[in-house]
Design a protein. Structure first.
Length: 174
């Protein structure tokens, strides 16, 4: 099964990035895996303008706890990731990536209207987020992290999602 082995390969290689010992019998916490996926989403997305720093903003409750801190000041594609926690929509324009937590998903339409097709990668982990216009949405199925991609929303935002990333998505909305 090519799809499953590709995801496992990504998780295993990125586990080394976080200096986390991984064994087949040891399951990683859900939000550590989601943090690894966020890193990959950034690595396989192109923005129209080059940024020295990628501001990854968490909007709403920080369900990642300390797991997201492993990404702070990490390099990806010659850029450095900076983690920010945001509580108001007006501050989101400073972000290149926004993770909309499930606590804030009811504001998703307001958030996306405010961003107005800016080159910002929006990510969530809530049911139907992609259908509302979020670019990438993660879900947990049988203890595995899966994701959907809204390629149309990415293009409207001026973003290019790598074909390698899109191949791993369970569903791509065009």
């Amino acid at each position: 099964m090519k799809y499953g082995s590709s995801i496992l390969g990504i998780i295993l290689s990125l586990g080394l990035l976080f200096l986390t010992p991984i064994a087949y019998s040891d399951a990683l916490p859900e939000f550590r895996l989601k943090a690894v996926f966020l890193y990959n989403f950034i690595a396989y997305t192109e923005w129209p303008d080059h940024h020295i720093t990628i501001n990854l903003c968490i909007y709403g409750d920080n369900s990642f706890e300390n797991e997201i801190d492993a990404l702070n000041e990490r390099s990806v594609n010659a850029q450095q990731i900076k983690i920010h926690h945001k509580t108001d929509i007006e501050s989101l324009l400073d972000c290149q990536v926004i993770f909309i937590s499930s606590s804030a998903i009811n504001d998703v339409k307001s958030i996306l209207n405010y961003l107005d097709s800016k080159p910002i990668l929006t990510i969530a982990d809530s049911k139907d987020a992609v259908q509302h216009g979020v670019v990438l949405n993660m879900s947990v199925v049988n203890n595995k992290i899966l994701f959907e991609a809204n390629q149309q929303a990415a293009l409207q935002n001026g973003l290019t999602l790598s074909a390698r990333l899109l191949r791993l998505a369970t569903k791509v909305y065009r």
